[in-house]
Design a protein around this ligand. Structure first.
Ligand code: IDP
Ligand code: MG
Length: 146
């Protein structure tokens, strides 16, 4: 999900491009205001932590762009493309490392496991929002051993 700073800074296209160019497939996207209930759900493991109120205010400060990206090992691949939570420490070449400065404005959220991805997709999308299509490079993007 592109967070409000990413949308407000006009970086949605840049962030989407990085995932597209990697070979991931966009199967759902929507520009929305995230509700407090959705923040509580998406970040439930952080409820009660000192930064939770500011995290919640940040996520609700403007429109976000939740998305669903498909691909082999997509959760791990997206986490690597995004980089460390603190953009000041995130590796150059990553989204946070190249584009951000502050943990409290780190541009993007990404699910940390296939299980949390399944849960978080349901926070923002219903089954009919997920589309099916072929990326034209699919036959050459992966080694096919079949
Ligand atoms: P992640 O986004 O890399 O998975 P988490 O540790 O799950 O990082 O934290 C969720 C989000 O909460 C972070 O992306 C960041 O926006 C915010 N956050 C985490 N730790 C801090 C902090 O110490 N200060 C301010 N915000 C924080
Ligand atoms: Mg996390």
């Amino acid at each position: 999900m592109i967070k409000p700073d990413g949308v407000a800074r006009g970086l949605a296209g840049e962030i989407i491009s990085r995932l597209e160019e990697k070979g991931l497939k966009l199967v759902a996207a929507r520009l929305v205001r995230v509700t407090e209930a959705q923040v509580m759900d998406q970040y439930r493991e952080h409820a009660g932590k000192p930064f939770f109120p500011s995290l919640s205010a940040y996520i609700m400060s403007g429109p976000c762009l939740p998305m669903v990206w498909e691909g082999r090992n997509s959760v791990a691949v997206v986490r690597r493309l995004i980089g460390a939570t603190n953009p000041a420490e995130a590796a150059p070449g990553t989204i946070r490392g190249d584009l951000g400065m502050d943990t409290g404005r780190n541009l993007v959220h990404a699910s940390d496991s296939p299980e949390s991805a399944a849960r978080e997709i349901r926070i923002h999308f219903s089954e009919k929002d997920l589309v099916e299509y072929r990326r034209v490079e699919e036959p050459v993007l992966y080694e096919w051993t079949g």
